[in-house]
Design a protein around this ligand. Structure first.
Ligand code: SF4
Ligand code: SF4
Length: 82
């Protein structure tokens, strides 16, 4: 899963781009729910939020480093739960 750092300028453009609704406005900045972020695996070739973020503040979450296989399994789980 990816995470949003405190360099976020709350520009609002990433939230509607997320295919998993993993991005939400937190207390101060936008945040990503790790359990819902597949790094866009299953939907797109590239993470959509990273593509669109003007300040490049969305790295991989150091506590949620996942393989493509794990991300694909998360995608399948999310798909079957909706
Ligand atoms: Fe959403 Fe994709 Fe960004 Fe994860 S990488 S938060 S799934 S847009
Ligand atoms: Fe923050 Fe980047 Fe999302 Fe804009 S696109 S709200 S700067 S994380």
């Amino acid at each position: 899963a990816l995470m949003i750092t405190d360099e976020c300028i709350n520009c609002d453009v990433c939230e509607p781009e997320c295919p998993n609704d993993a991005i939400y406005m937190g207390e101060f900045i936008y945040e990503i729910t790790p359990s819902k972020c597949t790094e866009c695996v299953g939907h797109f070739d590239e993470p959509q939020c990273v593509q669109i973020c003007p300040v490049a503040c969305i790295p991989v979450h150091p506590e949620h480093v996942e393989s493509r296989e794990t991300l694909l399994q998360k995608f399948m789980r999310l798909k079957s739960s909706t």
